[in-house]
Design a protein around this ligand. Structure first.
Ligand code: ZN
Length: 448
């Protein structure tokens, strides 16, 4: 049993909270009770967040694409660096790098990850003997670190709109529909070996998938979440208009029966009309503010989207920097810089920005990863974060000021539990040393 001096429950902050945990879930919540002898005591409890969009292996190239090139650097030049990096990765490397990324996610406030898994084949572009080899490696990384996993195998067949042939650098991602079906089934076999894991499907983008292929692969989600990159780049929007006469989000809303099972990752470049329609669809906008800033993608129109009751969650995408509060901070700061205003996301006077960001990302992230029950509530998975009450940034903080100080003033995390099992203590994952050393060995070899 865990006891908190104060904890964020679904209806707000409550003091002296005891959580009874049974079978990985919160069995009972007691409020206003004194700690008992069997209670493990902590100061501040909040729910763990879902990281709805990750490419785990990209953690290994964080910081390697920050040197200016001869002409305008952008998303597309970053992608060239990424293609060269993954030329060298074998299965052991993918598993070790992904495990280190997942360890950092747990240390930084995420208790579940949606892995948008598109690295399928060997460095020559040939399928592994088990076509789902690298999916099993992602599952291995989740098992080793204890993070919750939603595996989203990616269908990727073309280099641009209209079914253009793939590029050489994309050879490790490419499948036809039949080859992909084998991988998707293998993903289901792999997640069945991991407690509390689930799977969906991810058509990579409208650049990479034709409308016919999209229709054919959707049943492979078996009722699970459907994720797609959309409108991250203005070039992508222009190419989509040239191909179809519609913008990417507009095309999806018109043609793909987008509903609450969908997550449109990025959705950065949307018109007011698309913003309104996306909000009404019940889908989640998968915002990745740190990566979107790093890649120079653009700024999502959060204010009108939230006014239209749109749902969003956050993702670490390229994993250039893994930090749940940092994603929320970057989201709000981009809005402040573009509007030249403060507290943009908080909708009403007297509302905390941190609480608004956290609450939205908690429920939107859970929906996007197919988790109906969330937060510190009965029957929800016992995925819990305790903040470091000794951090000077949290001195004398109460209620929503705790979240504001965590997100904007850099207060630290103390412990993290997943399915009721403590994985992080004193801000460090219990398996940190081994996973970190293996990661460093592999990076030194890859860079050598
Ligand atoms: Zn992505």
């Amino acid at each position: 049993m865990l006891w908190f001096e104060t904890a964020l429950l679904p209806h707000g902050w409550r003091d002296h909270v005891r959580l009874h945990i049974h079978g990985g879930r919160i069995a009972r919540v007691e409020i206003g009770v004194e700690p008992g002898q069997l209670d493990e005591r902590h100061a501040i409890g909040i729910p763990g967040l879902a990281n709805l969009h990750s490419h785990g292996f990209q953690r290994g190239m964080a910081g390697l694409a920050e040197t200016r090139g001869p002409v305008g650097d952008n998303f597309w030049t970053w992608r060239e660096v990424m293609y060269r990096f993954l030329d060298r990765l074998g299965p052991d490397d993918v598993e070790a790098i992904t495990a280190f990324a997942y360890l950092e996610m747990l240390e930084r406030g995420f208790t579940r990850v949606g892995e948008f898994h598109y690295l399928h084949h060997d460095p020559a572009g040939a399928p592994y003997a088990n076509a789902g080899e690298l999916a099993w490696r992602v599952v291995g990384a989740a098992r080793e670190t204890g993070i919750g996993l939603t595996l989203l195998p990616v269908f990727y067949a073309h280099s641009n709109f209209g079914g253009l042939p793939p590029l050489e650098g994309q050879r490790r991602f490419i499948n036809d529909v039949d080859g992909f079906a084998v991988i998707a089934e293998e993903c289901h076999r792999a997640i069945a070996t991991l407690e509390d894991a689930n799977a969906g499907i991810a058509p990579h983008s409208l650049r990479a998938v034709t409308p016919d292929e999209l229709q054919t692969i959707l049943p492979l989600a078996h009722g699970g979440p459907i994720h797609i990159h959309a409108a991250e780049q203005t070039k992508e929007v222009d190419d989509c208009v040239a191909w179809s006469g519609s913008r990417p989000v507009e095309w999806l809303l018109d043609n793909a029966l987008v509903d609450s099972r969908w997550c449109l990752v990025h959705a950065t470049h949307v018109t007011p009309g698309e913003t309104e329609r996306l909000a009404r669809s019940g889908a989640v906008a998968g915002l990745c503010p740190v990566t979107e800033a790093n890649l120079g993608d653009g700024i999502f129109p959060a204010e009108p989207y939230l006014l239209a009751a749109g749902l969003f969650g956050i993702g670490t995408d390229s994993n250039v920097l893994i930090d749940a509060p940092g994603e929320l901070r970057a989201l709000e700061y981009a809005q402040r810089l573009s509007h030249r205003a403060r507290n943009v996301v908080a909708a009403a006077e007297g509302q905390s920005t941190g609480r608004t960001l956290f609450g939205a990302a908690l429920s939107g992230g859970a929906q996007a990863l197919g988790q109906p029950q969330t937060g510190l509530s009965e029957r929800a998975s016992a995925d819990i974060v305790s903040l470091d009450a000794g951090d000077p940034s949290l001195a004398a903080r109460r209620g929503d000021a705790i979240l504001d100080s965590w997100i904007f003033a850099g207060a630290g995390i103390d412990c993290v539990w997943r399915r009721g099992r403590k994985l992080v203590h004193g801000g460090r994952h219990l398996a940190r040393q081994g996973i970190r050393e293996r990661y460093c060995r592999i990076i030194i070899r890859l860079m050598g």
